[in-house]
Design a protein around this ligand. Structure first.
Ligand code: MG
Length: 163
């Protein structure tokens, strides 16, 4: 279980991810979480530095998909504002939307990197599909109830692991 939630890499924020390095390692598509990864929780605005990074990703030819367990309407609004593909109610870590994105992108799982702030949804979901994964530190501490539970569980698992 611990192995399944251990990300390939951990960074402070999404804009610190080196896109050239990802490209060189064969990554073609990015699946990016929204809440606390791109936007503060309950806010719809992506900061300039994160937006610039997203633009760079598109300019370098990455296929970018936003994937969130949050409400569909919220995700639709954010993805249309920023002109990105986005799916809400994704039921991460379950496979449905990951498979959908694989089909849509024409990528193999090893060509996809998932980026998010939660081990039990974003990272576990990636691992279960054989995709690469990068953990980012959450933008803000405010969370929905499920996330609070999930973080509590993550902390317990980390303690067991001896971290
Ligand atoms: Mg999140």
């Amino acid at each position: 279980m611990i192995k399944k939630i251990r990300p390939d890499r951990m960074v402070k924020a999404v804009e610190m991810i080196d896109l050239k390095q990802l490209k060189q390692s064969g990554i073609r598509a990015l699946i990016i979480d929204i809440d606390n990864t791109l936007t503060p929780h309950h806010k719809d605005v992506i900061s300039d530095s994160k937006l610039e990074w997203l633009k760079q990703a598109a300019a370098q030819g990455f296929l970018v998909y936003l994937l969130s367990n949050n409400q569909v309407n919220r995700i639709k609004s954010i993805s249309s504002t920023y002109d990105l593909h986005g799916y809400g109610f994704a039921f991460k870590p379950f496979s449905v939307y990951y498979k959908k994105i694989l089909k849509q992108s024409g990528c193999q799982p090893k060509e996809v990197c998932c980026i998010g702030d939660q081990l039990l949804t974003d990272i576990l979901g990636a691992k279960l599909q054989g995709m690469a994964s990068i953990y980012v530190e959450p933008i803000s501490p405010r969370d929905i109830i499920f996330s609070r539970f999930s973080r509590w569980l993550e902390k317990r698992l980390m303690v067991k692991k001896g971290n």
